[in-house]
Structures are given as structure tokens and as C-alpha cells.
Design a protein around this ligand. Structure first.
Ligand code: NAD
Ligand code: LMR
Length: 374
């Protein structure tokens, strides 16, 4: 079925491609984008948002795009699939400003995220080659949701960086693993323990990676909150250890609850949309930088920008040669501008001496695995 053509050629288009858009996350995330993204445009903006939806499941993607197209927001939705007679993935990716990737298989009970790597690495590598071929690597932002994030982000970064189209593009500064569901969980579980007494959801940074004991929720930030916030005592008497464990293994709760029918989709779509919305704000000029956003990124690169004083020392003192890490970032239109290593100084002894060493050891194996598949 040919993509529906709309008369928006005269307008400056912000194009968002979702790869794997017919899946559980892909459909829900596309719904959130279609229903909300145009409200992020400045009032007098002449820009138009277009959603390019790609999946290997032809009927599902054609149906998803058609269904979304009836929603009354001024955003075009086009379906793309292999051999669609309309350029397939090439047309989907052409001129994309942002590519979001929830393509790949989810877990079943008894599986770890690492068990997905055989299938999902092939998918990510193939999509990476397509992005290298059809996107403008000097501007596109690539957001990876597929698991295992800890290994697939290194694979995606290397695939793009090794491509002949990557010269002078600094693409490494614009590839991010989405770990935001861990932050959403940390905030939710703290509020649940606090019986939702406060209407202000606390922001808990989560650093490290996105699986089991590589996930480090930095609950010690609650210590710095006003003592009347009601949150500080959640760090007492082993309560925090339970909270940390719940965030680290929150994904398992959903896998078990779905009992063979996949993993988190709705909460992931919510988390993914929160990240995507910040990128839309950046890309349409509402903000100059996205501040303090935790994502899983390569740390090897200086990102062509100023290095905050002491960064190199903090990195070698705490992160110790780990090439990829989720950490608060400042992101501008050209990608990562600053890595906020200073968060490492604020960890308390439990986070620094108990959680961090385990995280780093596991993460290193995950990263090596991803890089070995390049
Ligand atoms: P799903 O099976 O519902 O959807 C995956 C979609 O990808 C399907 O529509 C499938 O047809 C499509 N697909 C497969 N190969 C493709 C290819 N080569 N190109 C394009 N599309 C392709 O799975 P889901 O529940 O949406 O989960 C997707 C991935 O996201 C899984 O790997 C899951 O583990 C991961 N996930 C990550 C997080 C996170 O926090 N980062 C959270 C939840 C799930
Ligand atoms: C999650 O954290 O929910 C996802 O990574 C999916 C999973 O496999 O647990």
C-alpha cells in the first residue's frame, strides 16, 4: 500500500522515525507521539511533525499507521515495511531528525535480557547499517530501546561509527540507550512506599546500565531533600536495599505478570515518550539543551565541547575504564555536550562501595559482548 501523501512539502518538517513501530512498545509510543507531539511545537511554528513508522510485520504496520492517522492532531503518519514499493526503510529514514528503535524480541519468564542478544543484535546491526546508509549522520539522533541495551548500544555506536558515511559526523555523540524506565520505576516505588503523600514525584537519578545489578538508583539524593519531605527515612533499616532491588528487577515483575506475553510495553512507551518529548523541545528550539537526562552512552568521546574541570579525574577514579555508562548528560542539537561525572562524587558509601563495583564488572562483560558482535 503506497504511503498517503499530504501537502506539507512547503513546510519545514520535523521527522521522527520509529523502527519496530507495530510492536507493543512501538504502537503505544507512536500513539503518545501522534496524540501529543504537536502540542510541543511553539505556537507560531510553521513546522510540521511527521511520524514514519517502520516494521517488518506488513499488516500490523499498515494497520497501525492507518489507525493513528484518524487522530485529529496535525501529524502525518506513514507506514513503511520491506518491499513496500515505496522505498521501504530507505524512505522511512530519509531526512529523519530522530530515530527511535523498539524493534526486537522481548523476554519470556525465565529469560534474562542477555538471552535476547542472538536475535536482537542481528536486528540492531541491520538497522544500524540502514541508518548509516539513509540518514544524515551529521544530524540524526538515534535512541535505542531494544534489549539488551547494555550490549546493543555499543553495537549500534560501532556500526554507525565504522560506516563509510560517518567521517566528520561525530555520530557517537548522538546515539543513546534509553534507560529512563528505571528512573520512572525508582520514582514510582518511592512514592508507593510513601503512600503517595506528596504530589511531587521525586526525581531519582539512575546510573550504570539497564539490567539487574548494573542498575544503580541513586536514592541517596533523598538525603539531600528537606527533612520534612517525608522521603529521607525511606533510606533507613534496609528499606533502601529492598527499593534498590525492586528497581533493579522491576522488569521481571512485568515479564512474570504477562506470563509469556512479553515484557513492559506501556510503562516503557511512557518513559520513551518522556525522553522523546525533550528531544522534540530541543529540535524545535524550545530549549537550547536538555539538562540532566540520564541515558546510556559512550564515554570515550570528548563530544567536541568543553570538558568540565575535573571530569577526567572523576571518570578514571570512579568509572574505571568502562566505555559505556548511563549518567546525567547535557544534550544540545549536536548531541552530548557534557557528561555530569560530578554525580559520582555524591554517591553515598552503599552506592559507591557496594553497588558500583558489581555494576562495573557486569557492565564490562556486556559491553565486550556487544563490541564482539560488530
Ligand atoms: P514486540 O515483540 O511487541 O515488538 C517488537 C516489534 O519489532 C515487532 O512488531 C516486530 O515485528 C518488530 N521487528 C522485529 N524485527 C524487526 C526489524 N528487523 N525491523 C523492524 N522491526 C522489527 O516487543 P516489545 O515489547 O515492543 O519490545 C521490544 C524491545 O524493547 C525488546 O527487545 C524489549 O526487551 C525491549 N524493551 C526495552 C526496555 C528498556 O527499558 N530499554 C523496556 C521494555 C522493553
Ligand atoms: C524492562 O526493564 O522492563 C525491560 O528492559 C524489559 C525487560 O525485559 O525486563
Amino acid at each position: 500500500m503506497p504511503a498517503v501523501s499530504y501537502d506539507v512539502q512547503q513546510r519545514d518538517i520535523l521527522k521522527i522515525a520509529v523502527l519496530g513501530a507495530a510492536g507493543g512498545i512501538g504502537q503505544s509510543l507512536s500513539l503518545l507521539l501522534k496524540s501529543n507531539a504537536s502540542f510541543l511545537l511553539p505556537r507560531d511554528s510553521s513546522r510540521h511533525i511527521s511520524l514514519a513508522l517502520y516494521d517488518v510485520n506488513k499488516d500490523a504496520i499498515v494497520g497501525t499507521a492507518a489507525d493513528l492517522s484518524h487522530i485529529d492532531t496535525p501529524i502525518t503518519t506513514t507506514p513503511h515495511y520491506p518491499n513496500d514499493g515505496n522505498g521501504g526503510i530507505a524512505r522511512c529514514l530519509q531526512d529523519a531528525d530522530m530515530v527511535i528503535i523498539p524493534a526486537g524480541v522481548p523476554r519470556k519468564p525465565g529469560m534474562s535480557r542477555d538471552d535476547l542478544i542472538g536475535v536482537n543484535a542481528k536486528i540492531i546491526k541491520s538497522l544500524g547499517n540502514d541508518i548509516a546508509e539513509y540518514c544524515d549522520l551529521s544530524k540524526v539522533h538515534v535512541l535505542v530501546i531494544s534489549n539488551p541495551v547494555n550490549s546493543l548500544v555499543p553495537l549500534m555506536v560501532s556500526t554507525l561509527a565504522n560506516s563509510p558515511h560517518s567521517a566528520n559526523t561525530n555520530i557517537e555523540a548522538r546515539v543513546y540507550g534509553i534507560t529512563h524506565l528505571d528512573l520512572v520505576r525508582a520514582s514510582t516505588f518511592v512514592q508507593q512506599l510513601n503512600s503517595f503523600k506528596s504530589n511531587n514525584a521525586p526525581d531519582i537519578p539512575v546510573i550504570g546500565g539497564h539490567s539487574g545489578d548494573t542498575i544503580i538508583p541513586v536514592f541517596s539524593v533523598l538525603n539531600h531533600r528537606a527533612s520534612n519531605s517525608g522521603y529521607a527515612n525511606l533510606l533507613d533499616n534496609g528499606v533502601r536495599q529492598k527499593l534498590v532491588h525492586r528497581v533493579q528487577y522491576g522488569g521481571d515483575e512485568i515479564v512474570q505478570a504477562k506470563n509469556g506475553n512479553g515484557s513492559a510495553t506501556l510503562s516503557m512507551a511512557y518513559a520513551g515518550f518522556k525522553i522523546a518529548a525533550q528531544f522534540i523541545d530541543l529540535l524545535v528550539g524550545n530549549i537550547r539543551t536538555i539538562e540532566n537526562i540520564c541515558m546510556y552512552v559512550p564515554l570515550t568521546n570528548r563530544y567536541n565541547t568543553e570538558i568540565a574541570p575535573g571530569s577526567d579525574e572523576l571518570r578514571s577514579k570512579y568509572i574505571n575504564g568502562t566505555l559505556y555508562f548511563s549518567i546525567p548528560l547535557s544534550i544540545g542539537i549536536n548531541g552530548i555536550e557534557r557528561v555530569h561525572y560530578e554525580i559520582m562524587e555524591h554517591l553515598d558509601s552503599y552506592e559507591r562501595e557496594t553497588l558500583l563495583p558489581i555494576c562495573l564488572e557486569t557492565l564490562k562483560g556486556n559491553i565486550d559482548k556487544g563490541l564482539s558482535l560488530v
